[in-house]
Design a protein around this ligand. Structure first.
Ligand SMILES: Nc1ncnc2c1ncn2[C@@H]1O[C@H](COP(=O)(O)OP(=O)(O)OP(=O)(O)O)[C@@H](O)[C@H]1O
Ligand SMILES: [Mg+2]
Length: 386
């Protein structure tokens, strides 16, 4: 399942959403509010029994007792509606206490009222033939049907509130902000280092290993000429010569894979047509009139297309794919779509997240839409000043 939070889950197709665990997770999340609710109830009773002066003094003491466990509880149950790990922030305790105070004073009863209205309503309607037999069978049946029809609505409402509440808790526990740009910058450093290393390996392979293999292949060929055709050594030398040839071919393939010659010589459009032509799934290409773009833009876009098409072949089960590449208003937009099974999830591999890292370097954006059942669309936008 590609969704990490209840709010993301809401954007799926209704059939997939209603069959998923998300509505149930949200119900469990909200039912959890019974515990802080009970604690508050006990506190109110204690204050009431103690009477005005002592009771008022008791309030801060009770709060000090209740807030830490509620804070921990909120952190743990957040995972039901939001599976993205929480980053560590410096003032973590103070933030968790803030969430706990929010829960104790307001959210627990809002949760229970939401649950009561959205789930309690349809359930009561469904049960009405049992709890209100005097209303008669027809009315009972109508109420029952209405109750069943309201259940999907309840699933949406409950997931919306559960997701919104989770987002609120996350916003207090770990607000988005300061760390983001630093991560992008360190990613940029990483990819720069990778590019340098990639070029070194490419050069070493080309100048070193490839030359040696060529020499080996020639020596084997010469040795073969000196040996009579029918001797066993001749057969072995033939095999060795063949294998040296294959190793050379594979190495050339590898060097080409690291760096596409077509891309350097003829630009992105030609390189896209080249990879598309080698894809086992038929690909329609629309990448004319691109012209030449800045080298980093071309290389990044090329990697996006190769990885996306490799994914199409490996995971999608698609019968057709399409690549479009266009420049408009100083931005290159590349889209790779397929009619396969969908469900692409960057968390399950290194390919898509690696692309996101590369795009960070050229200030580009990668978005993936891949609902379960498909289709899958991978789209990138890269600013290019030409
Ligand atoms: N076009 C697609 N159709 C369906 N599922 C896809 C598609 N692309 C990716 N996926 C799913 O998303 C997951 C993540 O893709 P990603 O490219 O990040 O990793 P990978 O292809 O599994 O491994 P690699 O690190 O070698 O790329 C895949 O494992 C696959 O299950
Ligand atoms: Mg992949």
């Amino acid at each position: 399942m590609g969704n990490r939070t209840a709010l993301e889950a809401l954007t799926q197709r209704p059939a997939a959403f209603l069959r998923s665990a998300w509505p149930w997770r949200c119900v469990a999340y909200l039912v959890g509010s019974v515990l802080p609710g009970a604690a508050v109830g006990l506190g109110v009773i204690a204050v009431g029994l103690a009477g005005p002066p002592v009771g008022l003094l008791l309030v801060p003491v009770l709060l000090a007792l209740v807030v830490p466990p509620v804070a921990r509880f909120e952190r743990v149950r957040l995972r039901l509606v939001d599976t993205v790990p929480l980053p560590s922030v410096p003032d973590r305790r103070r933030r968790a206490a803030g969430v706990a105070v929010m829960t104790v004073f307001a959210m627990w009863w809002i949760d229970l009222v939401m649950l009561g209205f959205t789930v309690g309503g349809p359930v009561l309607l469904i049960l009405s033939p049992v709890v209100q037999p005097e209303a008669g069978p027809v009315l009972g049946a109508v109420a029952g049907v209405a109750g069943v029809l309201l259940l999907p609505v309840a699933a949406y409402t409950i997931t919306a509130w559960g997701g919104a509440r989770g987002a609120m808790v996350r916003a207090v526990l770990a607000p988005a902000g300061s760390e983001l740009s630093e991560i992008m910058r360190s990613r940029a450093r990483l990819v720069d280092a990778f590019e340098t290393e990639r070029r070194r390996i490419e050069r070493d392979l080309h100048d070193g290993a490839q030359q040696r293999l060529v020499a080996l292949s020639m020596t084997l060929g010469l040795a073969r000429l000196d040996v009579p055709d029918d001797s066993p050594t001749a057969r072995l030398l033939d095999v060795a010569h063949d294998e040296a040839g294959q190793a050379l071919a594979e190495l050339r393939e590898l060097i080409r894979g690291v760096h596409s010659q077509v891309l350097t010589d003829r630009g992105l459009g030609a390189a896209i047509r080249d990879v598309a032509g080698r894809s086992p799934v038929p690909v329609d290409v629309d990448a004319d009139e691109l012209g030449r773009l800045p080298a980093p833009v071309e290389v990044t876009a090329y990697y996006v297309v190769t990885e996306a098409l490799a994914n199409v072949a490996r995971h999608s089960g698609a019968t057709r794919a399409a690549v479009t590449a266009r420049t408009a208003a100083g931005t290159l937009a590349v889209e790779v779509r397929d009619d396969g099974v969908g469900g692409a999830d960057p968390a399950r591999g290194t390919g898509l997240t690696g692309l996101a890292d590369r795009l960070a370097v050229v200030a580009g954006r990668l978005s993936v839409s891949s609902p379960p059942g498909g289709p899958t669309l991978v789209r990138v936008e890269i600013p290019c000043a030409s």
